[in-house]
Ligand binder design. Structure first.
Ligand SMILES: [Zn+2]
Length: 332
């Protein structure tokens, strides 16, 4: 099989950089590509990371997993593009300084467009032809702590099998909270627009894909890296790519509605809750202070599950304090 024009034989491990652009200082812009083709045939799982440049936990899990997996233990092909947005990665930021575009709103990309559109085009052109399944790794931003969770979207243009398979694999990934987002009714979320997201484009091409949101951004969290590693292993086992007993099915929280809680005040916030907490209606979520008094409180207006909470205490009015689930059910 060919990946980015490189012929890869059964049993071969391929690692190289692919040129995706050029900088004014005469350097190439490159992304790392890692491929392990098993000795036996099977599905192609493609892992992507750092489409937002400061979301780091997933890429270290991919690197660790790739070098620990042997070709004779693999059926099918594992393709890894751990850094989709190298300029944002270099700048330690979500978006690149070259165009300030959110690359995860630019797919399928445009070969005549701005930097992010061009890179998105290079990646998606190849991925849509070769990938059988995709896991797209993200984190919350660096101001937040988060419990690892998955997001699988119900996409109208995808067939039923694709929609079901993405949800099934997201649950098999193995974390307790799993967001199930119906794009017809989704609202109140960042980035607010859902067009051009890699997971949605994959689904529209009937490639089952989900997002793995692995903790907080801008840092490495060993616990989130381990969750990501286990998740890759679980999904590959479920696809028959590696031999491994899947963990006994544990209860999963399926979150069907979520939103951000925002501060009405400026000051310093003390969070009363942490990621993973259930908060009953009326429960205290946060208190905002200045240096002389308590400026205000934030209470839950309904039962809530805390997906992510503010890590940095500095808040202005309108800033996000928490990302919460407000409708859910439990399932096996
Ligand atoms: Zn992201």
């Amino acid at each position: 099989m060919k990946i980015f024009n490189h012929e890869i034989q059964p049993g071969e491990r391929f690692c190289d950089y692919i040129k995706v652009g050029e900088l004014a200082c005469f350097s190439d812009i490159r992304i790392p590509v890692m491929v392990l083709r098993g000795k036996q045939a099977g599905p192609t799982l493609w892992l992507t990371g750092a489409v937002h440049g400061d979301e780091l936990n997933g890429l270290w899990a991919m690197r660790r997993f790739f070098w620990e997996l042997a070709a004779d233990k693999l059926q099918g092909t594992l393709v890894i593009t751990p850094i989709l947005n190298p300029i944002a990665f270099w700048g330690r930021s979500k978006v690149s300084m070259l165009d300030q575009l959110d690359m995860d709103q630019q797919f399928p990309g445009n070969p005549q467009g701005l930097y992010s559109e061009r890179v998105a085009h290079v990646i998606f052109s190849e991925l849509k032809e070769k990938a059988g399944y995709v896991i797209d790794f993200h984190t919350l931003n660096h101001l937040f702590s988060a419990t690892p969770y998955t997001v699988s979207k119900l996409v109208a243009e995808a067939n039923d099998k694709t929609n079901e398979e993405a949800f099934r694999l997201a649950k098999i990934f193995g974390v307790y909270p799993n967001c199930r987002v119906d794009l017809k009714t989704a609202g109140g979320e960042l980035p607010g627009t859902t067009s051009g997201a890699l997971d949605i484009l994959c689904m529209q091409h009937n490639i089952p894909c989900f997002m793995a949101e692995m903790g907080g951004g801008g840092r490495w969290e060993e616990s989130s890296i381990q969750v990501a590693y286990q998740g890759i292993e679980n999904v590959m086992a479920a696809l028959g790519m590696i031999a491994k007993d899947l963990p006994v099915s544990e209860k999963k929280l399926i979150i069907t509605k979520r939103k951000f809680l925002r501060s009405d005040y400026g000051g310093l916030v003390r969070m009363a809750v942490k990621p993973g907490d259930f908060v009953p209606a009326g429960g205290l979520i946060a208190t905002i202070y200045d240096f002389f008094k308590e400026v205000g409180h934030v209470h839950a207006e309904q039962d809530m599950f805390m997906i992510a909470t503010c890590f940095n205490p500095v808040v202005s009015s309108g800033d996000r304090l928490a990302f919460v689930g407000c409708e859910w059910h439990e399932t096996k």
